[in-house]
Design a protein around this ligand. Structure first.
Ligand code: CTP
Length: 393
């Protein structure tokens, strides 16, 4: 049974959460209820418990709940977290990462997909503060259902109504990944690699991991089971994605091989081509009047080429990136042949792509070159994910 956590916050629309819980159980979901203090002013824990058929959570400081590290367990034991209705206040807390009650603590402690169904007065929804918070959460991978246009509790109409329970159930199915890639396993590499010189120094690069992480999120939202092997980045884990953290190219390769078999592999990491030939066990010390030490380099394994090499474990589709500053297409085409991958996304990095919001890519396949317009990295990711879904369908 797929288990979801339903967080109900303080809005007149809270009564609809009861109807949603009833529908979801009827559809075969296990539903756990969590009422915020505001939510409990509109519906009672007893009503929610009767409909979910289990206990209802609410108090972060309840000893019994905390003794079992309740918030961590609630965050992990459910496949998705649904916040319905979500007030402007709760959305704002989520956006800044506050954790001052059980609901916000669970939301901060989860790596599961989160679906938010807002309900509020239309003026509050339209307020730039709320819109900025929603945008922040969207960029972080939080899914939204609604709000809808219509009559509000107060005599007013506009955008702010909670979506109807059947619509919310559809959105739950979408975040849980009943999509075109359901049943497929996708392997994605992302971020830079750090190659140790000594215990405190390393060689690295400026990759932010944004493109790779966005691809992992986009594949997951189409239903794929995703393993994201990431070098050191300061990005949140994409919802619903298994993240394996590594530092060096050799660790990244080992983690990728351990994650096989996969139906598709996307190598978006900026893997260091070389590493120091020796890693000294002790920190290198300055010696007065001595010349600076020379660091000799040796080549790292090529992860994309390794995953592309023919054999029973080769993913059906292997995709690489080619970061180029000149003769972009010619270099990328040569890279596709040399590394043996199926597709290459040629990336013009002469304009400073590392860490940027946008990307200009050309997709190179066996059929030729397909230039994509300049677009956000999330959009590149969505487009690539849907192309992958077409092939694997
Ligand atoms: N790649 C990899 N392992 C490496 C080096 C690169 O998996 N050791 C992958 C990258 O993730 C990317 C593609 O190979 O998908 C191209 O990387 P790039 O650095 O542009 O190519 P290089 O082979 O390093 O060629 P060059 O530096 O000469 O441009």
């Amino acid at each position: 049974m797929r288990r979801i956590l339903l967080i109900v916050s303080g809005s007149v629309a809270a009564y609809k959460a009861l109807e949603f819980a009833r529908l979801a159980r009827k559809a075969g979901f296990g539903v756990t209820g969590l009422l915020t203090a505001g939510g409990a002013r509109f519906i009672t824990p007893h009503a929610l418990a009767a409909i979910t058929g289990g206990r209802v959570y609410g108090d972060l400081w309840s000893l019994e709940e905390e003794a079992q590290v309740g918030h961590i367990r609630l965050a992990r034991d459910h496949e998705a977290i649904i916040v319905a209705p979500a007030t402007a206040d709760l959305i704002a807390k989520m956006a800044v990462g506050l954790a001052d009650d059980l609901a916000t603590t669970v939301l901060l402690a989860t790596t599961r997909p989160v679906l938010v169904a807002p309900a509020m007065n239309p003026t509050m929804w339209a307020h730039p503060a709320t819109q900025a918070n929603v945008e922040t959460l969207r960029r972080r991978g939080v899914a939204f259902a609604g709000p809808e246009e219509g009559e509000m509790a107060e005599p007013e109409t506009g955008l702010g109504r909670l979506v109807e329970p059947p619509t919310l159930l559809e959105a739950v199915r979408a975040v849980l990944g009943n999509g075109p890639l359901t049943g497929r396993h996708a392997l994605v590499t992302s971020g830079p690699t750090f190659e140790a010189i000594d215990p405190v120094r390393f060689l690295g690069n400026r990759s932010s991991g944004r493109q790779g992480h966005a691809i992992a999120a986009a594949l997951a939202s189409l239903g794929a089971r995703v393993t994201l092997v990431s070098g050191p980045v300061s990005l949140p884990d994409p919802p619903g994605v298994r993240v394996v953290r590594v530092e060096s190219a050799r660790e990244m390769l080992a983690a990728c091989e351990a994650a096989l078999p996969a139906d598709v592999a996307v190598c978006a990491a900026a893997v260091a081509d070389w590493r120091p030939a020796t890693e000294t066990a002790a920190k290198m010390k300055k010696v007065a009047d001595a010349p600076p030490p020379a660091i000799s380099l040796i080549e790292n394994p090529d992860i994309l080429a390794t995953l592309s090499s023919p054999g029973p474990r080769r993913p059906r589709l292997v995709i690489g990136f080619a970061a180029e500053t000149e003769n972009v297409l010619a270099h990328a085409q040569e890279k596709r042949t040399r590394k043996g991958c199926d597709w290459i996304l040629a990336n013009d990095v002469s304009t400073g792509v590392f860490g940027a919001e946008e990307n200009t890519v050309t997709l190179l396949t066996e059929a030729g070159a397909e230039p994509w317009p300049r677009m956000g990295k999330e959009e590149v990711a969505r487009r690539l994910a849907s192309r992958i879904a077409e092939v694997l369908r």
